[in-house]
Design a binder for this molecule. Structure first.
Ligand SMILES: Nc1ncnc2c1ncn2[C@@H]1O[C@H](COP(=O)(O)OP(=O)(O)OP(=O)(O)O)[C@@H](O)[C@H]1O
Ligand SMILES: [Mg+2]
Length: 349
C-alpha cells in the first residue's frame, strides 16, 4: 500500500535502492560536494582554495570565507553533474569534524539549512572515517577486518577497521602528521604550500643521499618533530658552508625527505601486520597519493604477503565523495543527527 507521508517516501526510496545522498565536505581548505545514488558516486566537485599558497599554510579565517563563497556553486554543480534536482535528495551527509571550526561551520550550517528545507535526514560524518571509507567507492574493496594507515595533513593513524561503523585507533602520531612533515620540511626547502605533491615530483629525479633522524616511539605511534628539526639543523649547517646548497641538491633532498617519511610509516605498519596477522591493508588520506609510499608498500605487500588497497588519487585528498560513502553506511543503519548538531573541531574518532 502506498502512503504518501514523508517517512514512507524515505522507506519507498530505500526499497527501490534509489536513495540520492548529497555529501558536503568543508573541514579545511577544499569546498567539496558530491552526489551518490546509494553507494555509487554520481558527482564529486572539489573547489580547492589556492589563496593560501602565498601564505605557506592555511589561514583559517580566509578558509571559512572561501567556503562561504564556494559552497553554493559546489552543491549546484554536484547536483547538475549527477543529473538530479534538490527535491530528489533523500539525505544530507556532512563532515562534522575534526577540522577548522570556521570551515566546518560553513558546511554544517549549509547542510542543516538544506535538510530542514527539504525535510530530509541529516548525517554527521567523522572526516577520518570518510578517508578510510573512500576504499568502498571503487573495486577492489578491502575485506573486514582490515588495517588502515591513514596519513593526511592533520593525522597519522593506524586503524583497525572492523566494519564501516566500527573502527579502533591502534597507533598515531604524538606530534606532527606525515602530511604536515612533508609541508613543513618543504617550507624549509623553499617550496610553496602544500609541498607534499611537489616533493613527490622532485623526488622522482633525485636519490636519497642524505640521512635524517627516524624517531623511536613506543608501540604503534609515530613522531615527526625530531625529523623536522634534524632537517632544519642539517640545512642550516650546509647553507652556512654553501648558500646554494638547497637549490643545487633540491631533488636529492626531496628524495631523502620522502625516503625517511615513508620509512617511518612502513616500520610501524609492518610491525602491526605481524602482530595482528591481518593481511588486508589499506592506506588513506592525502599522503596516500605519494608515489614513493604507494610504490614501497606495493613492494612490501609482495615481500610480506598481504593484500594492499590504495584509493584512486582523487579520493586521497579531501573530497565529498568519501564523506558520502561514510554517510551512506550510516544512512543504511538509520543513524541520523538532529538539527541541534554542531561542528566539532576535535570530534572523537
Ligand atoms: N603526492 C603527495 N605526496 C606527499 N604528500 C601529499 C601528496 N599529495 C598530498 N599530500 C599531502 O596531503 C596533505 C593533504 O591531505 P588531506 O587533504 O587528506 O589533509 P587534511 O584534510 O588537510 O588533513 P586531515 O585529513 O588530517 O584533516 C597535505 O599535507 C599534502 O602535502
Ligand atoms: Mg583530510
Amino acid at each position: 500500500m502506498l502512503v504518501y507521508d514523508k517517512t514512507n517516501i524515505l522507506i519507498l526510496r530505500k526499497k527501490n535502492f534509489m536513495s540520492y545522498i548529497l555529501a558536503i565536505e568543508s573541514s579545511c581548505d577544499d569546498t567539496s560536494a558530491a552526489v551518490l545514488r546509494d553507494e555509487k558516486i554520481l558527482s564529486n566537485i572539489i573547489i580547492t582554495q589556492k589563496e593560501h599558497e602565498q601564505y605557506g599554510g592555511v589561514i583559517p579565517e580566509m578558509a571559512s570565507r572561501q567556503h562561504y563563497s564556494n559552497i553554493d556553486s559546489a552543491v549546484d554543480k554536484a547536483l547538475k553533474v549527477a543529473g538530479i534536482d534538490k527535491s530528489e535528495i533523500a539525505a544530507i551527509a556532512v563532515t562534522q569534524g575534526p577540522g577548522l571550526l570556521g570551515s566546518l561551520l560553513v558546511g554544517v550550517s549549509f547542510a542543516k539549512g538544506l535538510s530542514l528545507v527539504l525535510d530530509v535526514p541529516l548525517i554527521g560524518v567523522h572526516h577520518m572515517h570518510g578517508h578510510i571509507l573512500a576504499h568502498f567507492i571503487d573495486e577492489p574493496k578491502p575485506r573486514f577486518p582490515f588495517l588502515c594507515l591513514t596519513v593526511s595533513g592533520g593525522h597519522t593513524q593506524l586503524v583497525k577497521v572492523l566494519s564501516p561503523l566500527q573502527m579502533e585507533i591502534l597507533g598515531q602520531t604524538i606530534d606532527d602528521a606525515a602530511g604536515e612533515a612533508f609541508d613543513k620540511v618543504g617550507k624549509l626547502l623553499g617550496l610553496p604550500y602544500p609541498a607534499g605533491p611537489i616533493i613527490d615530483q622532485l623526488a622522482k629525479e633525485g636519490k636519497p643521499l642524505f640521512d635524517f633522524a627516524i624517531a623511536n616511539v613506543a608501540d604503534f605511534n609515530f613522531s615527526f618533530s625530531g625529523f623536522k628539526t634534524s632537517v632544519l639543523y642539517f640545512l642550516q649547517k650546509e647553507v652556512a658552508k654553501n648558500p646554494n646548497f638547497i637549490t643545487e641538491n633540491l631533488k636529492d633532498l626531496c628524495a631523502s625527505v620522502q625516503h625517511i617519511i615513508v620509512k617511518t610509516l612502513e616500520i610501524k605498519l609492518i610491525k602491526l601486520i605481524k602482530q595482528t596477522n591481518i593481511k588486508e591493508v589499506a592506506i588513506a588520506g592525502g599522503v596516500a597519493a605519494n608515489s614513493g609510499l604507494r610504490g614501497r608498500l606495493q613492494e612490501l605487500s609482495r615481500l610480506h604477503d598481504f593484500n594492499l588497497y590504495i584509493p584512486d588519487l582523487q579520493y586521497c585528498t579531501d573530497n565529498a565523495a568519501m564523506i558520502g560513502m561514510a554517510g551512506y553506511f550510516k544512512y543504511k543503519a538509520g543513524i541520523f543527527e538532529s538539527h541541534e548538531m554542531t561542528p566539532d573541531p576535535r570530534l572523537v574518532f
